[in-house]
Design a protein. Structure first.
Length: 409
């Protein structure tokens, strides 16, 4: 029968591997989450470190989880588990109480938890972590310290290379609302009778030098001795929110052409650049040339950006340019520039900047993208996770069976 210390080991290892993996699949998403934290805690000076910290965090989680699952360097890995939980559990309690960041990002965009759910999750995981830590000296060592360190380092390097691949290209699994195959209009629909957001308004009045707060039901509307000072409104209950609620395309003249673009039955090739000033100029030029090739083949070409009007003035005179919210842009594409194809409001293709096909081949690829081949991201995630678990047990077997040298810690 499996002992409680073994169950605790496998649960702790699995959770840490999964948590690190889903963040490593989307390292730019991890970077954005660190920036959210730095902004919330007035640590804007640390924003240049956001990407490095994101990669280090997810790598540490995966390597600790891998070590726990395989049984290599168990004493050190158990300390790693404990340090993580001691550090993050109080932080998630603070986030739950004060709510400076709406989603802690512990599972990236794969699973969204409220801050209270995250705190309760950490309490539960902490039970298993404490059991592993208390029993850390009872787990058998597999091989010499040198062999175990080599296995850990090789795995860590491989995972960092994996995160860099996802950074340079698009994430191998897209957890966001704008994955390939998404029908944007369908995901913007709010069902009839869906609950709306509920707000509480507080009115502040002053009388004889003393201020007092009132609600909309009991404020002194007929008492002229009170003077209105200020009002505060806060969200007390969030209503129904569709999967996509912030997609809008605004022309430089201020026209909202979202519906026209989303109902277009023709193909639309789009170049997306959050900030033109931060994008590689050669890649922008390549995108424009590709767009011109599409126009010559009867495919629409649009430029979507969050840049200032001055930055895109030369492009807006020649092409159809739309302004789009910066956060929405970051959610749609993890590349600057990035490229997307729409037809009837459905995303049929997405590319990172360096993956854009040659301009002569592009029109044919665009036209062949419909009917769309849906993103099978869930299966990909399962396969990657299964691969890591298999690698963990294979590493355990090899170290125990073939490399059982002089034991040392």
């Amino acid at each position: 029968m499996i002992s409680i210390k073994s169950i605790s080991r496998y649960i702790s290892g699995f959770v840490f591997v999964f948590s690190g993996l889903v963040k490593g699949i989307d390292p730019m998403g991890s970077m954005y989450k660190f920036i959210d934290y730095f902004t919330a805690f007035n640590l804007d000076a640390l924003q240049p470190l956001a990407y490095i910290l994101g990669v280090l965090l997810c790598t540490a989680e995966v390597v600790i989880g891998f070590s726990i699952l395989t049984g290599i360097r168990m004493r050190i890995a158990a300390w790693g588990l404990l340090i993580f939980m001691v550090g993050f559990t109080p932080l998630t309690l603070y986030l739950a109480i004060d709510n400076p960041v709406a989603d802690c990002g512990c599972f990236g965009d794969a699973i969204h938890l409220t801050n209270w759910q995250t705190f309760y999750k950490n309490i539960i995981i902490s039970v298993f972590v404490i059991i592993v830590f208390v029993n850390r000296k009872k787990y058998k060592t597999l091989s010499s310290a040198g062999n175990e360190w080599i296995a850990s380092i090789v795995f860590a390097v491989a995972f960092v290379l994996f995160t860099q691949y996802n950074y340079r290209h698009l994430p191998v699994v897209d957890f966001r609302p704008y994955k390939t195959g998404t029908n944007i209009p369908e995901n913007m629909i709010i069902p009839d009778g869906a609950p709306a957001d509920e707000y509480e308004t507080t009115l502040i009045y002053e009388k004889d030098g003393n201020q007092k707060e009132f609600t909309l039901e009991n404020y002194p509307s007929d008492d002229t001795t009170w003077t209105f000072v200020d009002s505060k409104t806060r969200l007390i209950k969030e209503g129904y929110k569709p999967l996509i609620y912030d997609f809008s395309l605004i022309t430089p003249e201020g026209q909202d052409l979202t519906d026209i673009v989303l109902t277009d039955t023709a193909f639309s090739f789009m170049m997306l650049s959050i900030e033109f000033s931060e994008a590689d100029r050669d890649l922008i030029d390549q995108g424009v040339e590709a767009g011109l090739e599409c126009l010559n083949n009867g495919i629409g070409f649009y430029i979507l950006t969050s840049s200032s009007p001055e930055m895109i003035e030369s492009y807006s005179q020649e092409f159809n340019v739309f302004f789009i919210d910066e956060t929405t842009m970051k959610t749609i594409i993890r590349s600057n520039p990035g490229f997307m194809v729409l037809k009837e409001g459905i995303i049929t293709k997405k590319w990172a900047d360096i993956d854009l096909p040659a301009k002569k081949e592009l029109p044919g690829i665009v036209k062949d993208s419909f009917p769309v081949k849906r993103d099978n991201g869930t299966m990909m995630l399962i396969l990657i996770m299964a691969g890591i678990l298999l690698l963990s047990f294979l590493t355990n077997y090899i170290l125990h069976k073939f490399l059982k040298d002089t034991q040392s810690l």
